[in-house]
Design a protein around this ligand. Structure first.
Ligand code: CP
Length: 311
């Protein structure tokens, strides 16, 4: 079977076709079985992954690192660039050229949108975007979200995905919505305060791809339709203090909200969770963020790394 992702960058999900996504979902299933039966294998022995994280990360960094290790590869782990020469002012182009000399794949998280693409333009080493700025993308997050959804429902088409929270500053929403555009029978319902709606570029993309989506301020309008409730926190780091204070405590998913959801639905969250999902919701079987989604991030990132190196 032809693998289109061999030696490719993954800066945006826009470069993925439906077959690429389906192959990755299948491959993530295989990785799950591999980890559960043997912990991993040695297929990436001799390959090195550099992880250049200019922004903090727990999940994306650790799951990319452990994915490489579970497949037998080596790592150059920089979770924070303060101890690298980036802190002396080295440009992303120069940093990329240098790490390209050591590594066979480079994973980049950056606070500025577009930086992974800029890096990809100056190297032949595949670049994987691990999140670029508030308005960029987070392709591996969207793919692991999709895997978590498919794990529950067996398919994506026909489902209603409600995305709630700070949609203006969440790159994972941009990637997930674009991936869902590959499934024409899926419906997206965006719920946010008026000042934190999805950005114009995403809105235009969804319109031009004929995606069934709508935008709301009131979660009650759509909560009972949701097969998937995707919650994201208010991004304090991108908001004025008074706006954050004013919006704190709004759009909280508590047991009353969950009561209005379908019995056969799921709640996902990219994490970290602050106050937007009440802790008592964690034990509801519909809450899969800790029980499934976190591990699925590792299976999906193993699948991505495997595909990048498999001819
Ligand atoms: N979901 C996610 O990107 O988490 P981290 O910021 O911890 O990597």
């Amino acid at each position: 079977v032809k693998n289109n992702l061999f030696a490719k960058d993954l800066c945006s999900v826009e470069t993925l076709g439906k077959k690429d996504v389906e192959d990755l979902l299948e491959n993530a299933d295989k990785m799950k079985k591999l980890v559960e039966t043997k912990g991993g294998d040695r297929r990436l022995e001799g390959k090195i992954m550099a992880a250049l994280f200019y922004e903090p990360s727990s999940r994306t960094f650790s799951s990319f690192v452990t994915s490489m290790q579970r497949l037998g590869g080596g790592i150059i782990p920089h979770n924070g660039m303060s101890n690298t020469s980036a802190s002396k002012g080295e440009s992303i182009e120069d940093t990329t050229k240098v790490f390209s000399a050591y590594a066979d794949v480079i994973v980049i998280r950056h606070y500025e949108p577009g930086i992974p693409k800029k890096a990809a333009d100056c190297t032949d080493v595949p670049i994987l975007n691990a999140g670029d700025g508030p308005t960029g993308e987070h392709p591996s997050q969207a793919l692991l979200d999709l895997y978590t959804i498919r794990e529950k429902f067996g398919e994506i088409n026909g489902l209603t995905i409600v995305m709630v929270g700070d949609l203006a500053h969440y790159r994972g929403v941009n990637s997930l919505a674009k991936v869902l555009a590959l499934y024409p029978k899926s419906k997206i319902r965006f719920v946010s305060p008026k000042i934190l709606k999805i950005n114009d570029a995403l809105r235009k993309y969804l319109i031009s791809n004929k995606v069934n989506f709508s935008e709301h301020e009131n979660l009650n309008e759509v909560i009972s339709e949701a097969d998937v409730l995707n919650v994201t926190r208010l991004k304090k780091e991108y908001l004025d203090d008074d706006v954050y204070k004013e919006l704190s405590g709004s759009y909280v998913i508590d047991l009353k909200t969950v009561d209005r959801m379908k019995k056969d639905s799921i709640i996902i969250h990219n994490l970290p969770r602050l106050w937007e999902v009440a802790k008592e919701v964690d034990v509801d079987p519909r809450a899969v963020y800790f029980s499934h989604q976190v591990k699925n991030g590792m299976y999906m990132r193993m699948a991505i790394l495997d595909a990048i190196f498999r001819k």
